[in-house]
Design a protein. Structure first.
Length: 112
């Protein structure tokens, strides 16, 4: 191989090496971008998961509060109905007692 051919071959090899370096740099940049995008997606998913957990906790708390409220209202309604029934029952007994008051009847003693 002549020195000129060697220089030409060396020049071609340098261009190939430069092209490979550029490709490796581009690959590394793309990989870094992909990793950054992946990390951003992971962070978004974590945020969504945290919001979902918070939402579930809030819903559970709301359902618990609603249950307690309904139970309280039920107790109050039962108590009110009981008081109303007891008043009604007292009134009905008083009315019955008025109707059943003993009346004095005269017994006549005739014709013995």
């Amino acid at each position: 191989m002549t020195p000129e051919q060697f220089r030409s071959l060396l020049s071609v090899l340098h261009r190939i090496a430069d092209a490979l370096d550029e490709r490796n740099i581009a690959y590394a940049e793309n990989k870094a971008k992909d990793e950054k995008i992946t990390q951003e997606r992971i962070e978004i998913e974590r945020h969504i998961l945290a919001l979902h957990k918070l939402n579930v906790t809030r819903e559970q708390t709301w359902h618990k509060e609603q249950k307690q409220l309904l139970e309280k209202q039920s107790r109050e309604i039962i108590e009110q109905n009981t008081r109303t029934y007891e008043k009604w029952l007292t009134i009905m007994q008083e009315e019955r007692d008025k109707v059943q008051e003993p009346t004095i009847t005269k017994w006549s003693n005739t014709g013995d």
